[in-house]
Design a protein around this ligand. Structure first.
Ligand code: CP
Length: 305
């Protein structure tokens, strides 16, 4: 399998075999780090939206493999402020680097960047649409903590409407015969287009607004933040903030082996008392961003097949 020069824009662009191959490369790189693999390579990290994990883990992954990172975390300091288009910004970044990672508030922006650039473009999150590298680290975390990907009962709770990490992960996990539980108020439920796709793929799913309803069934609970910045009307956000809370009381009614994941950042949806329990997988999940992004960079830059 050859990923050289491949863009990573949407999880839909990857087959089950390709996803499993990527996870195999992640494991190999974790077991045998190759510290000079990206020597001489430059990543342009173009962040038009705030980020902690995605930007820092891409930077750390690149530097741990002896590569370098240029870019910005605040578009106000760039010539976008003078009216330069996203297309032209990408055309410039490709003159100065070997690959681009972009985070942008507009859905479809990463696809546009990939059309503009002749070097690999990686989507670090485009609006409410997709966050494919997060999905790959989520898959890796599930495989590592549960020992498998197949046949799991997986709950998603919180903002399933705007949550791009949920959208990408649902599509990826659909390859692995899951049963899904979508836990959200009606107004924040997963979009119908995803349910249509699951129906066509014969994936079993349940919808509820009650966090406790299926708690005993779950192998994994993927918690998400209610994303204030995605609501067109701030009053709508006020209606839903703090609606779900995973705490010690909730843990009384779950399987001993339940793993709780969260793409982070969290606000108040997971109580800090959960952090020290065997259920908490979210900090390890964030740490997996390093080996996963190392593997993806090495693959698209043609250093590993
Ligand atoms: N999970 C994630 O994308 O985190 P950041 O927004 O901090 O990058």
């Amino acid at each position: 399998m050859d990923f050289k020069n491949r863009d990573i824009i949407s999880i839909n662009d990857f087959s089950k075999e390709e996803l499993l191959h990527i996870l195999k490369v992640v494991r190999q790189l974790e077991q045998k780090p190759k510290s000079s693999l990206l020597n001489g390579k430059i990543l342009a990290a173009l962040f038009f939206e705030p980020s902690t994990r995605t930007r820092l883990s891409f930077t750390s992954a690149m530097e741990q493999l002896s590569g370098k990172v240029i870019g910005f975390s605040n578009a106000n300091t760039t010539s976008i402020q003078k009216g330069e288009s996203l297309w032209d910004t990408i055309k410039m970044a490709e003159q100065y680097s070997d690959a681009i990672v972009i985070r942008h508030p507009l859905e479809g922006s990463a696809r546009l960047a990939a059309e503009a650039a002749s070097i690999p473009v990686i989507n670090g999150g485009d609006g409410s649409n997709q966050h494919p590298t997060q999905t790959m680290l989520d898959l890796y975390t599930i495989q590592k903590t549960k020992g498998k990907l197949d046949g799991l009962h997986i709950g998603f709770v919180g903002d399933l409407k705007y949550g791009r990490t949920v959208h990408s992960l649902v599509i990826a996990l659909a390859h692995f015969n899951p049963t899904f539980y979508f836990i959200a108020p009606d107004d924040l439920q997963i979009p119908e287009s995803y349910l249509d796709e699951l129906f066509q793929k014969r994936v079993k799913y349940h919808k509820t607004s009650d966090l406790g309803r299926f708690s005993r069934e779950l192998d994994v609970l993927y918690v998400t933040r209610i994303q204030k910045e995605r609501f067109p009307d701030p009053l709508e956000y006020e209606k839903f903030k703090g609606i779900y809370r995973v705490d010690e009381a909730f843990l009384q009614g779950v399987k001993k082996e339940l793993k709780i994941m969260h793409p982070l950042p969290r606000i108040d949806e997971i109580d800090k008392s959960v952090d020290s329990t065997s259920h908490a997988a979210y900090f390890g999940q964030a740490a997996n961003g390093i080996p996963v992004r190392k593997a993806l960079l090495a693959l698209v830059l043609g250093k590993i097949k």
